[in-house]
Write a new protein. Sequence first.
Length: 707
Amino acid sequence: MKTKKILITTIIVLIFSGQLIVPVRAQKNPENKSTLLAFNDKGKMYIGVDYYPEHWPRERWETDCKLMKEAGFNVVRLAEFAWVLMEPSEGKFEFDWLDDFLVLADKYGIKAILGTPTAVMPAWAARKYPETLATKKNGQKIVWGARKNNCFSSGTYRLLSERITKAMAEHFANTPNVIGWQTDNEFAGPVCHCDICLGNFQDWLREKHGTLEKLNEAWGTHFWGHKVQTWGEIQIPDCTGEGSWSPTGNPGACYDWRQFNSWLNVRFQHEQVKIIREICPDNHFVTHNLMSFHPEVSYYDLAKDLDFVSWDNYPVWNKPTISYGAAMAADLMRGIKEKNFWIMEQTAGACGWGNFFRNPRPGEIRKISYQQLAHGADAQIWFRWRTCTAGREQYWHGLLGHDGKPLRRYKEAAQVASEYRSIEKYLVGTTIKSDVAIVYDYNSIWSLWGQSGFEGNNVRDAVSRYYNAFFRAGINVDIVNTTADFSKYKLVLTPDLIVLPDKLAGKLNDYVKTGGVLLADCRTGVKDEYNLVHKRTLPGLLSPMLGIEIQEYGAITPDFSYELISDRLFSDKFTATMYVDWVIPKDAEKVAGYNQWHLENFAAVTRHGFGKGSGWYVGTIVKEEQFYDKLVEQLLKDANINKFIELPEGVEASVRQGNGNKLLFLINHTEEPKKVIVPKDKSDLLNGGKTGDFIELGIYGVAVIKL
Ligand code: GLA
Ligand code: ZN
């Protein structure tokens, strides 16, 4: 009741103050914009910075623009936190300051991406409409004053968001150097527990399940007497506990709560995108800056409204390591829309809010940037231009220091820009073509969140165990949704795919039957689409294809482990940890087993020829990464995929191809020089000349070879 009253009052207030949004036409198809957008009409790639004119005196703006131009930059992202400066009081807009900056930027050939500023609501909004502030789990309102303070269900907030978006779109639609939009900033959270969210959740559940009977069945409410008899009885479940002993809510309810929260973000963005597409010219793009593996929002759903995705890459924290994570994130970002992406924020210096971390070493931000280029980044934007002297991010360093001097990091970024300029003609229209796909599924992430089965089990780690081995083997991988067309791939892996609806099981079976090689592993297919455990013997509908049955299973706690044995896959000593399936290799070949009296008859790794393809199963988690190298070697052989390069440790390879070009990127992630054997007599694009038998990469060295 209370919720409804607030909503109605808000709408009435907005109607009478003339601020209600006029309905807009249906959204135009975002797919008509290709990634060639990343290269402007003169074939120049977009390279630039995140810039905050509001942080610096006007007298400094021109110096900044001049320095940007000198560095070879041609784009800035602006305004994503400047709501109160653009709408200082409700319904009164002030864009003059941004217009002035845009005119200046234009003078220096710099284009702009504008952020809708809804990640930080103005103080007046929080004071006037307190219901727009999110409510914590304990019922308290979030204190206004950081960012991401809002409730995404609040009708008031949604109207405020639509109004500023509309005002910006109308004002900047014809500004000559505005090229596109970023919605909000890094969607996800806060997860709000207010009455409006509860009401929205109940409505969403009604939409999803249709009847209470179905909802009760999907949530398994016969357990602990959780049956609900009216929609109004449904509460926001307590889902924050981790591990098997936490007193958390019903897993079906938590699963739906997570899907619902993802949907809330997607709906909020959709409302902004609709307005931008209606008002702005067709050549304006709409994107959003994602956070790689952040688990709260389904990026597949969020990206449906976007022309392409962008992401924020911050891989420099503690001691230098091989950047597997940033490569894997890039491959997911590319997999989301199955097309190239932009880097909207790229590490430019030491990162940190309260404490700052390591300062990137000479050559390091260059190689970070090349790594993304190698995996399909079509634009490169550094975060941020100049290190801020105020606020929460005083220690999150930009290309320039607090003193505004263009020193080492600026010079390195300028070097990157000039090198990119020298190769951009070869990059246009190229992307990564992979024979291997790894499936990444949000439903499985949400199922395992709070009920991971065994300690430490999560999708990201499961994916990276295999991914890192492909990285070491120099093989490109696509990370894709369950809905992807698997027939494009010779090899598909489904790590930790715990949620397996029958239809998806059928799709995996068909894939193998028609010639694909599939690898499934621990906990694959345990649950149905509602997060209820299947009643079948594991691995359920995959059993005939994998040729196995899983009789029992259990955790391996850190106080013990098993030794693995194999006469086919390896002769090394490998250790099974964390989890073990008691796999009966029925029709499958036992590729590896356990050196342990009670597991003698069970398999750790199996392979089964099925139809024209084969299905592999791995029933444990192995401590040593060399195990995954050996396994991947076998999988590649089985799938007829050629390893085309031998890489020294710490060197990464990736190939971008298309438009008549094929470019091999080599990146040295270490602080030792490395030699790599490469194809002979090919153009070495960065160093000039032709390749010999091998190429030498210095500390953090990079090479781009035109094959
Ligand atoms: C994120 C945000 C930026 C900034 C950086 C650094 O990626 O999008 O606004 O806060 O982190 O903290
Ligand atoms: Zn709320």
